[in-house]
Design a protein around this ligand. Structure first.
Ligand code: FES
Length: 123
């Protein structure tokens, strides 16, 4: 497994992301509550730059007018067709009742480490 410098810790403060190039791959490195996560910057749907999408909350509802925002900043929404992915796992967010085999997709996720105030991505 190779490791790639993503940047200094100060370059990726909590709640932010940085897109890097590593071995010809574009990778989004996220800082969620002090933990780093990395996703391949390619949407498995039609190839958009997934990590250029906004980060959002996971929204649930028990009925009309009731919205609960959970897991703030842990979801990335693809800029092309708004598919949402869990940044921590790379898995697509779907309502299990609406889930079909076609939508059973994942985004490649890489390990991330912090050493001497530098963030590395392991491919
Ligand atoms: S390309 Fe990402 S949702 Fe379509």
């Amino acid at each position: 497994m190779k490791r790639f410098l993503a940047g200094k810790v100060s370059e990726i403060p909590e709640g932010s992301k940085k897109i890097i190039q590593a071995e010809g791959r574009s990778v989004g490195v996220y800082n969620i509550a002090g933990q780093y996560y990395a996703l391949r910057n390619t949407c498995p749907h039609q190839g958009a730059e997934l990590c250029s999408g906004i980060t959002a909350s996971y929204i649930t509802s028990s009925g009309p007018g009731d919205f609960v925002y959970e897991r703030e900043g842990e979801i990335v929404r693809c800029p092309w067709h708004q598919w949402e992915f869990d940044i921590k796992t790379g898995c697509m967010i779907t309502d299990p009742k609406m889930r079909t085999k076609t939508y059973d997709v994942t985004v490649e996720r890489y390990d991330v480490s912090v050493e001497e105030n530098q963030v590395y991505v392991h491919l």
